[in-house]
Design a protein around this ligand. Structure first.
Ligand code: FMN
Length: 295
């Protein structure tokens, strides 16, 4: 991350405020908000891995038959007039980078008072790909509507939230570990990183599966990040699902929450892919936060 995103309030407050919104007021973004958001899309922080990402604001012309057909969300989203759409150059850790950056944008939009909702599955990929001029070497993993939201949630939104238990998050002892994978971390063992881990816990994830697992080294600010796949989203499924390896987006989101909260707390460190890390049962290693560095 080049620098912490400038927000009107602490990032941890914005993370707590964000929630998926699926019913929007059918209004265009006010010109000043549109300018700020568009400008922001051109000045994103540096993500942890190499593949490049680009993002743009796409407007859906409601009432125009072609746009309604091509820019569809299969009824998941109501009323939204604009979407944040992006592309990542295919490569190692492309989904993680995309997740990291789209979450940064989602939190920026939340701070502007706008609603968002990660969509990795329920949208017409080819319509949005055309709208943003997707190139051969690129992939469009997910989008988000962005705009002013209706004060009440739609029935379908409430139903979906109930189905995936959106209000709930796994407890610490299922997500964070200290020294060995069998030993749950506590606020005490997390030390200065307690708020950082809590911010990961509150992150959004596909179907709210929360696949991130974090192992902190004994008495050292070194954290290994693992992906524990849900059977619904196995590595095999990624080859047949149009959404791709969606849980790697969740990891990218968690990395942004981790790093943003750490930087805000003045905790120095950087992401490193290590050659040897402790094995974690039924999980894949992704990357480590080395809090011993001076960066
Ligand atoms: C990578 C990703 C993909 C998602 N895809 C969809 C989707 O296709 N449709 C949808 O309605 N919600 C989608 N969601 C939203 C999740 O259901 C939501 O984040 C989760 O239930 C937690 O609720 P919250 O965001 O309100 O905290 C997605 C979230 C993530 C992170």
């Amino acid at each position: 991350m080049s620098a912490l995103t400038v927000l009107s309030r602490p990032l941890v407050e914005v993370i707590r405020k964000r929630t998926s919104q699926r019913r929007y007021l059918p209004e265009w973004l006010a010109p000043e908000l549109k300018r700020r958001l568009s400008q922001h899309l051109q000045a994103l922080p540096t993500p942890p891995f190499a593949p490049a990402c680009r993002f743009t604001l796409v407007e859906a012309t409601v009432g125009e038959a072609r746009a309604a057909r091509t820019l569809g969300t299969y009824g998941a989203i109501h009323g939204a007039r604009q979407y944040i759409v992006g592309a990542v150059t295919r490569g190692t850790r492309d989904m993680e980078n995309y997740g990291y950056l789209l979450e940064e944008i989602v939190l920026f939009a939340t701070d502007l008072g706008l609603g968002t909702c990660w969509l990795g599955g329920s949208f017409n990929r080819s319509g949005f790909a055309r709208a943003m001029g997707l190139r051969d070497e690129e992939w469009l993993p997910a989008i988000s509507p962005v705009g002013p939201v209706s004060p009440t949630r739609s029935y379908s939104d409430r139903l979906l939230r109930w189905q995936v238990r959106s209000e709930h998050r796994k407890p610490w002892n299922e997500l964070f570990f200290h020294d060995t994978p069998g030993n749950p971390a506590t606020e005490t063992s997390a030390g200065a990183y307690a708020t950082v881990l809590e911010m990961v816990r509150l992150a959004p994830s596909a179907s709210n599966r929360q696949p991130w697992r974090i192992l902190k080294e004994y008495n050292r600010p070194v954290f290994h990040i693992y992906l524990q796949r849900n059977p619904l989203y196995t590595a095999a499924a990624k080859t047949i699902l149009p959404s791709g390896d969606i849980q790697r987006l969740d990891i990218g989101i968690a990395l942004y929450h981790f790093e943003g909260a750490a930087r805000e707390a003045g905790l120095k460190g950087r992401w490193q892919v290590l050659d040897t890390v402790p094995p974690f049962p039924k999980a894949e290693y992704v990357v480590s936060w080395n809090g011993l560095t001076a960066k």
